[in-house]
Design a protein around this ligand. Structure first.
Ligand code: NOJ
Length: 532
């Protein structure tokens, strides 16, 4: 039971599939994925065996940050569909036993949001206090040293009022002022609006960001080695984000979520560098039910690094709280590229580990076919925030889903040009892999079926077992997992249980496991003594 006495939620032991809607399936041939496309793909997801989907932003937006700049929190982006389409999607997903999570962006709005348009109209406007405004510093420059996610000053001057407004992301994403009570009321209503429509919960964007320091103190320099988590500012976001007051917001939202039956889910994008701070977002079992684990995501792909983060995560989470395991998303390089350099053996090993750790497994679209990043040429870049980064920036992980090997990857109907290039589609696509017992897709499906049978609805007990160097072995509930993160064959002395699943398609099942090939992982069940 959790602190609120409601028992474990459906997400314990569940698999959630993240859909970057614009890139998954285009139903109307305009080159952009859409909600009707998601509906058309629900049978595939039910076949794959996931429990829920998280849709990246679906709300109206000018798309400076592809939906993470919301101009209406109660609507659906016309390019993606209508509110009726979303209702239908929830209904159709429900018929297949799938929950639907939306993305909520409470740290900032679009500058096109009517609140900001009003706020900008002058210091006396009704919504001025919804945003963070400050007078210039003595030299006329920005009020402090805060930097936005591109590394530029986080303040933009508003000549009409002579003040600056804050944006931790693009200038067209002004930060909301969570010190203002009306902002709390607005988001309470937004939550209820969607929960009333049957939305199972929210992934909460920039959950660590909501409150800013009231005195606007300068951020200190980031400690060495924190690059991935501090972005390009070189500063630790001690005052421009990560303020303790945000916890009260999540307690309020948790109470709202728990007032529904079944309780709604709050999954935080807790982009923090240390696990204690991540765990703090669970409160005493009364804040966010789930938090993304960025130290795990950014760990090296070695047995020692990953098992170390897992052990520390399990040690710091409050008892009964559910960890989240994921390794790809729309902001970072896909793990088959980042961790595995395209090697499909390694990608399967990663899937095997992600799916057997205790907690919620979040799969990013394409992970199930070991889809890799696509180097998007300069002229075809769509992400303003990373447009100057080599290799494709965030666009590289947002390219169309590979349904088949046609030039448009089977993503779009009617020969339209996909909004981002599809890249090389041969081999790693659904049509090529479905039905092939040696494929990563079929392996992933078997893995999810095994996971559902063994861990659905529970957080399995995890115990690390001694292993050879480079081998990560653990007990997960009743299962044994052994993962060889090395280029060598390894013997598994003493481990001779019945094999249930191997990342190596040639492995004989059932049978004892006594050795692992390079980058092979296995799930096995201990032989039980016969009882008379
Ligand atoms: C995190 C989102 O995942 C990312 O895509 C977005 O650019 C920022 N938050 C700002 O909303």
């Amino acid at each position: 039971m959790d602190a609120l006495g409601t028992g474990p939620g459906w997400w314990h032991g569940a698999t959630v599939y993240q859909i970057y809607v614009r890139s998954w399936r285009d139903s109307d041939g305009d080159g952009y994925g859409d909600l009707r496309g998601v509906i058309a793909g629900l049978d595939y997801l039910a076949w794959l065996g996931v429990d829920g989907i998280w849709l990246s932003p679906t709300m109206p937006s000018p798309d400076d940050d592809w939906g993470y700049d919301v101009s209406d929190y109660l609507g659906v982006h016309p390019e993606l569909g209508t509110l009726a389409d979303l209702d239908l999607l929830v209904e159709e997903a429900g018929r297949r036993g799938l929950k639907v999570l939306l993305d909520l962006v409470p740290n900032h709005t679009s500058s096109a949001h009517p609140w900001f348009a009003d706020a900008r109209s002058g210091p006396g406007s009704a919504h001025r206090g919804y945003y963070v405004w400050a007078d210039p510093a003595a030299d006329g420059g920005p009020p402090n040293n805060w930097r936005d996610s591109t590394g530029a000053p986080a303040w933009t001057f508003d000549a009409a009022s002579g003040q600056y407004y804050l944006h931790n992301f693009l200038p067209s994403q002004p930060d909301l002022n969570w010190w203002h009570p009306a902002v709390h009321r607005e988001f309470g209503e937004i939550l209820r609006f969607w929960f009333d429509r049957g939305i199972a919960g929210f992934r909460i964007d920039v959950a660590h960001g909501l409150y800013k320091d009231a005195a606007l103190r300068d951020d200190p320099p980031a400690p060495a080695g924190h690059g991935l988590l501090t972005g390009r500012s070189g500063l630790a976001q001690v005052y421009s984000a990560n303020r303790p007051q945000s916890h009260a917001v999540f307690r309020d939202w948790r109470a709202i979520a728990e007032s529904y039956s079944p309780p709604r889910l709050l999954l935080g994008e807790t982009w923090v560098g240390d696990l204690d701070r991540m765990a703090a977002f669970h409160g005493h079992g009364d804040e966010l039910q789930l938090t993304f684990n960025f130290p795990f995501i950014f760990a090296d792909f070695t047995a020692a690094a990953l098992s170390g983060v897992v052990a520390r995560t399990l040690a710091v989470l409050p008892a009964g709280e559910c960890p989240v395991w994921t390794a790809s998303n729309h902001d970072i390089s896909r793990f088959p590229t980042r961790w595995c350099a395209g090697d499909e053996r390694k990608a399967r090993l990663a899937l095997l580990v992600l799916a057997t750790l205790p907690g919620t497994f979040v799969l990013y679209y394409g992970d199930e076919i070991a889809m890799t990043d696509v180097a998007v040429p300069a002229g075809q870049r769509r992400d303003a925030m990373t447009a100057d980064r080599p290799g494709g920036g965030r666009d590289a992980a947002r390219t169309p889903m590979h349904w088949d090997s046609s030039p448009s990857a089977g993503f779009t109907a009617g020969g339209a040009r996909p909004w981002l290039p599809s890249g090389e589609t041969r081999g790693r696509n659904v049509v090529a892999q479905r039905g092939d017992p040696r494929s990563t897709l079929e392996f992933c499906r078997d893995l999810l079926a095994l996971r559902r049978a063994e861990c659905g609805g529970t957080i399995t007990a995890y115990r690390e077992l001694p292993g050879a160097p480079g081998v990560w072995s653990y007990q997960a509930g009743d299962l044994l997992v052994a993962a060889n993160f090395s280029d060598e064959d390894v013997c598994l002395p003493g481990l001779a249980p019945g094999l249930l699943l191997s990342t190596n398609p040639g492995a004989a099942r059932p049978g004892p496991v006594t050795a692992l090939r390079p980058w092979e992982g296995v799930i096995a069940r201990p032989y039980r003594r016969r009882t008379a």
